[in-house]
Write a protein that binds this ligand. Sequence first.
Ligand SMILES: [Zn+2]
Length: 421
Amino acid sequence: MKKAFKYRLYPDTATEKQLSWTLTRCRELYNAALAERKDAYQQYGRVTVMQGSERVVAAMMVTGRQIRPMSFYRQKRDLVDIKEERPEYQEIASHVLQDVLSRLDKAFAAFFRRIKNGETPGYPRFKGRNRYESFTYPDGAGWKLTTEEQGKKLAGTLHLTKIGRARVRLHRPIEGTIKTITIKREVDQWYVIFSCEVEQPEPLPVSYEEVGIDLGVTYLATLSNGEMIEHPRYYRKAQETLERRQQALSRKKKGSHRRERAKRLIGKAHRKIARQRRDFLHKQSRKLIKRYQVLVFEDIQTANLTRRPKPKRDDNGTFLPNGAAAKGGLNKSILDAGWGIFMQMCTSKAEGAGRSIAKVDPKFSSQVCSNCGQVRKKELSERWHSCDCGAELDRDVNAAINILARGKRVLGGKHPTSATA
Ligand SMILES: [Zn+2]
């Protein structure tokens, strides 16, 4: 099982300069390789070819009478020529450059896969200055991590060949075997992400509780047993900071240094929100997985369409309050990302723990009476479910009960609680 460990890096000025330099070279290589493929694609279209024992769709390039696939392997061989023409590339570990090409290859693979599925995907895009923020060492070459005890703490140093070294703040221990490392820039901070192979954790003891989960604006989650998970308080504070900085940005002149600085401050605020949100959602998802054997969510993609008014944006692209978001008082961008990440976290934790997750169609989940099945139409503003059959309960709890019932139908007898229920 793969697990990622992310730590803050503290490069000195010289090392940081090298890191930025490397990022720029990687981005240039990515764009150059993309341009090459784009030309090939436009001139010759795509063809299916055999590559080793695999059948791949690739853009073709014709040299003389020989037809060669414009592929990762081709471009990888070209790296030798590139290094001759642009000696500065010799300063970068080969495997890092190969990874750049492999990223492009993945982008193309996804592009062709979607075409094959009858979709109309966007063609892989050139990366602008702030759109290429990481590079990867795909194996053990070119880097080394050393650690030493400093009192109670573990201090780390990351050595990168031809770049330099930087302190790593190891706030939690690395587990398993490190497979790849990625160096990432987030606004003005640097991070290292170790991707590790760890052993599958022991499944948790079987639980006989199951739960339906309604994700929402007022509360992060309303559970079918009536419990609620509140959005953390600090979201609100973070949002105030964000709004203040967005207003400040709108007053700055386009192209000015002050505007650039204001933009960076906004980036920082987003980063802080993202970090706080991850921590919070990890904690909450751990709790749910520990307690429940079966967790049922709404299928969020459909839920988004059916449940809430469309977000409105002002001229600067910031979200204006709409009916749903205004009620909770939280910025839509904060909430939206949260739901998806939360479900993802629950799903991946469930796999390791032997829990079951179902996602169900959310249609009418808040309108149908969870007690008798009648439809009780209500406006978004009605927070209470009241029915002729005598059912009286919170609107979201009613929805969560419906979600659980639908999930149990989807899972059928495949989950352990059904045997005992
Ligand atoms: Zn009823």
